[in-house]
Design a protein around this ligand. Structure first.
Ligand SMILES: Cc1ncc(COP(=O)(O)O)c(C=O)c1O
Length: 442
């Protein structure tokens, strides 16, 4: 090492020590003041490790995919026990990539325009958007009240001779009855994509969600189970689909060279590819086999993700614990609120705690959420409610199974409160006290 390099690494060590010190001064948690502090439904949960790793990455100034992105992808794949995890710039991008992959000309059983994809009417818009964007037709089935997941009983009624795939989301971390879905899909030769954006760490029969279908998607937006700010991933055990998703994510190129590949490419014959129809031999790096995008994650995001990944098991446990405590505290109000339901075979790492105001209750959803918000307790609606009632979706080509009464109920009467790992005992007590005060005043 030259003396300049030594001074550089010493300076870097001191910078990172100071970043940790800065975290303790500027970011460390402030005491909860009932009524004054906001009780968020979700937020980033982090410590000095995320800040230090993020600044460390900045000091390298590696602004695109780099070594930390590789490590993050490998860490996620290990956690899920899957062959491949591809980091991307959001959960919505992950969803778009999965649907686009099913339309790839390189896929043997590719989906054709007008083919149908079964999905739930109640959910997040960007589970459905990529179906539409890929010239496919969403077939909406209703959700169950309480689980808020698609009702597997309705799959049969959704089926037509154009049905090719099921795009399901495990809502709020609560596992879909995935066994029924998978056996239906096997019977009818359908692809299954699991939107696991709200459900990282949840299990069904002890198996992690995201590992049942052909592909799964994750979101790392700050309200989710781990965060990289913006960010997401596609996970799969299928090498062909992995290759197609990687290509679509990386401009549509064929080559999977990375920052570590030698000049002659990972294949060793980068400049010698014989491609019919192109000037031969051709540089493989510039061979485009998909109509792709650029949806890559950056190394600074991945650096933060690596620190978060270490905390994931503790986050998952905290979400389960917070849910249990709040659920127990809300049991006395069963007359007024439909409490969440889940299968005995499920162990949900809850994203949030969903509630539906019962029919005939002497108050409206608006009354209750306004009361909670006035007490500084954040509430959120259950995403899009019934998606086809949303202005952007009213005119899309689609089919529905029946009238979707439960999705309409959710649109009108459901909301959720948080269970994220940042909720301490004081905040949970405060939340339950607010519910008690509301119902006490009826
Ligand atoms: C079920 C579901 N799918 C997809 C997404 C999109 O993820 P992102 O916000 O990272 O684009 C979300 C975001 O909350 C979600 O809840």
């Amino acid at each position: 090492m030259t003396s300049g390099q030594e001074r550089g690494s010493d300076l870097r060590r001191r910078i990172l020590e100071q970043v940790a010190e800065y975290y303790r001064l500027a970011h460390a948690e402030r005491a909860f003041v009932p009524g004054e502090s906001r009780v968020h439904y979700a937020a980033r949960v982090y410590d000095e490790e995320e800040l230090v790793r993020g600044v460390d990455a900045i000091l390298d100034f590696w602004l695109t995919v780099g070594p930390r992105t590789d490590a993050f992808e490998q860490g996620l794949a290990r956690y899920l026990g899957l062959r491949e995890t591809l980091a991307v710039n959001s959960g919505s991008s992950a969803n778009l990539l999965t649907m686009s992959a099913l339309r790839s000309p390189r896929l043997e059983r590719r989906l054709e325009p007008g083919d149908e994809v079964i999905t739930a009417a109640m959910g997040f818009p960007t589970t459905t958007a990529p179906i539409v964007q890929n010239k496919l037709v969403p077939v909406f089935i209703d959700c169950e009240l309480g689980t808020y997941n698609l009702d597997p009983e309705q799959l049969c009624r959704a089926l037509s001779d154009r049905t090719r795939a099921i795009f399901l989301a495990h809502m709020l971390g609560n596992p879909v009855d995935i066994e029924s879905v998978m056996s239906f899909a096997r019977e009818h030769d359908l692809y299954v994509i699991e939107d696991t954006c709200q459900a990282l760490g949840s299990t069904y029969d002890g198996q992690l969600l995201g590992t049942f279908g052909d592909m799964a998607t994750l979101s790392f937006y700050p309200s989710h189970h781990l965060t990289t700010g913006e960010g997401g991933a596609v996970a799969t055990n299928d090498a062909r689909l992995g290759q197609i998703v990687a290509s679509l994510r990386d401009w549509g190129r064929d080559c999977r060279c990375t920052h570590t590949s030698p000049a002659a490419g990972a294949c060793g014959r980068r400049f010698d590819w014989e491609i019919p129809g192109l000037n031969e031999p051709y540089d493989h790096r510039y061979l485009y086999v998909e109509i792709g995008y650029n949806m890559k994650m950056t190394d600074v995001q991945a650096a933060i993700g690596l620190a978060q990944l270490q905390k994931l098991p503790a986050f998952v446990e905290a979400r389960k614990r917070n849910f249990r405590q709040l659920y127990e505290g809300l049991r006395p109000y069963k007359e007024f609120l439909i409490l969440p339901k889940w299968s005995e075979r499920a162990d949900p790492a809850w994203f949030a705690l969903p509630l539906t105001v019962t029919q005939g209750a002497p108050f409206s959803r608006r009354d209750l959420i306004t009361f909670l918000e006035n007490r500084n307790i954040e509430t959120r609606l259950l995403l899009a409610g019934n998606l086809i009632r949303q202005p952007g979706y009213r005119e899309i080509e689609h089919r529905t199974v029946g009238e979707l009464p439960n999705a309409d109920r959710v649109l009108r009467s459901s909301f959720f409160v948080g269970v994220y790992p940042g909720l301490d005992e004081a905040r949970k007590d405060y939340m339950l006290q607010a519910f008690e005060d509301f119902f006490g005043s009826l």
